[in-house]
Design a protein around this ligand. Sequence first.
Ligand code: NAD
Length: 535
Amino acid sequence: MILSQKHPDSHALNTPQKLTLPHRHYRRRRSYRPKKSQNNVNHVMASEEEKKSVFDVESAKEVVKELRASFAAGKTKSYEWRSTQLNAMLKMMEENEPQIVAALRDDLSKPELESSIYEVAMVKSSCRVALKKLKHWIMPEKAKTSLITFPSSAEIVSEPLGVVLVISAWNYPFLLSLDPVIGAIAAGNAVVLKPSEIAPATSLLLARLAADYLDRSCIKVVEGAVPETSALLEQKWDKILYTGNGRVARIVMAAAAKHLTPVVLELGGKCPVIVDSDINLQVATRRIIAGKWGCNNGQACISPDYIITTKSYAQKLVDSFKCELERFYGKNPFESKDLSRIVNSNHFARLSKLLDEDKVSGKIVHGGERDEANLRIAPTILLDVPQDSLIMTEEIFGPLLPIIQVDKLEDSFDVINSSGTKPLAAYLFTNNKKLKEKFVATVSAGGLVVNDTTVHLAEHTLPFGGVGDSGMGAYHGKFSFDTFSHKKAVLYRGFACDAFVRYPPYSRGKLRLLEALFNGSFFSIIRALLGWFKS
Ligand code: NAD
């Protein structure tokens, strides 16, 4: 069984010229003024003069130069600076929630509840966690030492990396932009944020708010598309955190390699949901719906991508979906205000292609309706699609949910593992203890959830990130701080107890004693010492 993961997005989708957005004013390219307003990158105004200026490699160089100067001056390193910026971000989110909700409505028709919870409340919560724990995170961590360096003491010092770049995606444009920035600030870095041009209203608002609330000499927002991101990627950064598809991730990683810059890649993939039959079906169905259509209408990296269940249970599951979907979104989901729209016409065409494939179009058992003019696709369930279909070989990233049938539920693990790629998240609904254990032991994914979907994202104590094709590195809570810190090893010694055994002339006795020290066993040290004195 082969399930490969390619991100569906084509590069052409990202160029501003090809953007097809229903709102005329977002088609406008905004500009950058490197010379006249050094500290004003964030203020991307729409005057005629500004429209002419371009953010090119020279502009990117200047931005990095300015931030390096601020970092070198030690501005970002103090606890006071970090906590002031985090508090400012908290205030920014608190004072501008209606504008944020409106921008997300413009970009995605995102329902207010989803915007308020998944974008505003989650960013505020990350700020609060960082503020509460910052003093503790910053403190050097004591480390044990051994006989080898006796007498000594040691600590691990978290030091900021320097100037870092955050490139974010369009689907959760506030959360995916600011959550990494919180980590970068907490760790004491200067940071450039490049929001996604596919969510232009949010990008513009982010730029304006960051300029108004945050320290412009150390935190900048650069708006733009491929040319602007490429200009940024030519610069030397101390870390790049990129969120988006795997194709662009390769471009980011190749650019970073030129400067030996470490990267965190937050990517996607096909997140499977295994559904057993010994469950509370209504609760399971609702939790899958919440993670799929209740998360930006399936346009979320950890949304369920496909379901695996047994042949004998599949129809029951389909019936339950029909019932709960109608309860949540009504008979005509196009009239529901609780579903985001498809982000743009390119993505609408991409999703339509998945549905229109010959071997798939007859497999729709619920939904399937499309409204191209308003970029709406109804929650759609497909049963028994072939594994070599586009819908099963590409990340869906939209409101379509195929169900795969297996003879025994245990076969699900092979379905997932034989895809050759590791998902960002995998879910299992069961009450069977053995199945849970096997799931955790055999399925490799960024994160696993048993009996729910997507909620692990909200736990600050858990690292969020992928593995293999779904990404590398992780963030959230303390993991964000660690991601943007260098863990510096520091060992302290005095001048006493200068072990003569490490110095020439070397001898067999010295070798034995050193081996015994590395061995760490008290008795072998005594034995080596006795042998030494005997010889
Ligand atoms: P996108 O089109 O917004 O692109 C992401 C960023 O890459 C943008 O800032 C864009 O300007 C930049 N970019 C695009 N083309 C580029 C190029 N040629 N060179 C340099 N930069 C370029 O977002 P997307 O890729 O469509 O995002 C969707 C994908 O991201 C899905 O695969 C999804 O699963 C994944 N995703 C992952 C996470 C996560 O946290 N792991 C979160 C959201 C989305």
